[in-house]
Ligand binder design. Structure first.
Ligand SMILES: Cc1cc2nc3c(=O)[nH]c(=O)nc-3n(C[C@H](O)[C@H](O)[C@H](O)COP(=O)(O)OP(=O)(O)OC[C@H]3O[C@@H](n4cnc5c(N)ncnc54)[C@H](O)[C@@H]3O)c2cc1C
Length: 315
């Protein structure tokens, strides 16, 4: 297997990775970045991004990510196709294997591999992606002002998303598989007492319909042990809030993660428990998961990497 030595390896090409590449590039560290399966990250599957500062008219997700990529290349970032398939963070230089065929020996590593939203697995979720299906209320809620939406899930995140959407939409249905909510008592109370939210317990969404976007959801309501009722509910937007899967598996033997898999960093910093290894963006952020917060933490990780290299005479 071939081996290459680098000062800073960035894994992932979302807002966190590209921002880290811009900063490390400008610090003359010659970063190498591997893009993974989704070059440009999650924003490439959305249409309009209206909340990234600097774009008063909004910008398409793909354009924003292309611009960030170009900005990183302008400062010398070496951006490559490839997936990090395994990692050895036991000692420096850290050894990251790419596509099972090449080893990068890196003095510093910035992990910015994101967190993938979970979907129910319905074909219609793909069919209506960006046309009424969303996994992010903060991102897309604004498009549903005074409309009717459904949120799927019964935990704290689902309740938070439902309450957030209820401030914008005229009606929110919370579709809950179980006969109860798993959320904290306080979130349950907020949902149950909200005049715009109706909780549909023991319901499953089994499909979506609509001509040019989501116009409704096919529901199955369980009734007792063996009976069920099937009906259609008109909605304009369908929000998934059933969790995310942080892309941290290959690092788990070396880094602390929470029970879901989010990488745990020192509070307020991207420092992991391994010196010189930093985690930025959604992979380390169960709370905010926004492009701007990911970019911000990518910036922090780059500054940390530069300081680490400098402090250890590795520049
Ligand atoms: C449909 C949708 C719409 C959204 N809309 C908005 C919005 O309007 N505004 C907003 O602020 N946020 C929005 N978000 C959230 C936003 O996209 C994320 O918060 C942000 O992209 C996170 O950035 P990140 O850099 O942490 O990771 P991501 O963007 O998730 O990128 C992760 C990167 O890591 C790579 N990767 C993963 N594993 C590996 C590996 N093993 N090796 C190499 N690379 C790997 C992937 O290929 C990808 O490039 C939206 C999300 C979705 C899904």
């Amino acid at each position: 297997m071939s081996t290459e030595k680098v000062k800073c390896l960035i894994i992932g090409s979302g807002p966190a990775g590209y921002t880290a590449a811009i900063y490390t590039g400008r610090a003359n560290i010659a970063p190498v970045l591997y893009e993974g399966l989704q070059p440009g990250g999650q924003l490439t599957i959305t249409t309009e991004v209206e909340n990234f500062p600097g774009y008063p008219e909004g910008i398409s997700g793909t354009q924003l990510m292309e611009d960030l990529r170009k900005q990183a290349e302008r400062f010398g970032a070496d951006i490559r196709n490839g997936i990090a398939t395994s990692a050895d963070l036991s000692k420096r230089p850290y050894r990251i294997t790419i596509d099972d065929e090449k080893v990068i020996e890196a003095e510093t590593v910035i992990i910015s591999t994101g967190a993938t939203a979970k979907y129910l697995g319905l074909e219609d979720e793909q069919k209506y992606a960006g046309m009424g299906v969303s996994a992010c209320a903060t991102c897309d809620g604004f498009f549903y002002r005074k409309k009717t939406v459904a949120v799927v899930g019964g935990g704290d995140t689902a309740c938070e998303e439902a309450v957030y959407l209820a401030g914008l939409a005229k009606q929110v249905y919370l579709i809950v598989r179980k006969p109860f909510l798993r959320a904290s008592k306080i979130m349950q109370a907020r949902v149950m007492n909200h005049p715009n939210i109706k909780v549909l317990f023991e319901h499953n969404a089994v499909g979506l319909y609509g001509e040019n976007g989501v116009e409704g959801v096919h529901l199955v309501k369980r009734q007792g042990e063996c009976n069920e009722e099937r009906y259609d509910l008109p909605i304009d937007g369908f929000f998934l809030a059933i969790g995310h899967k942080p892309n941290s598996d290959i690092f788990k033997d070396y880094l602390d993660t929470d029970e879901v898999g989010y990488i745990i960093t020192e509070a307020g910093t991207p420092r992991t428990k391994v010196p010189g290894v930093f985690a930025a963006g959604d992979v380390a952020d169960p709370h905010y998961r926004q492009a701007i917060t990911a970019a911000g933490s990518g910036c922090k990780a780059a500054i940390e990497a530069e300081r680490y290299l400098s402090a250890n005479d590795l520049l």
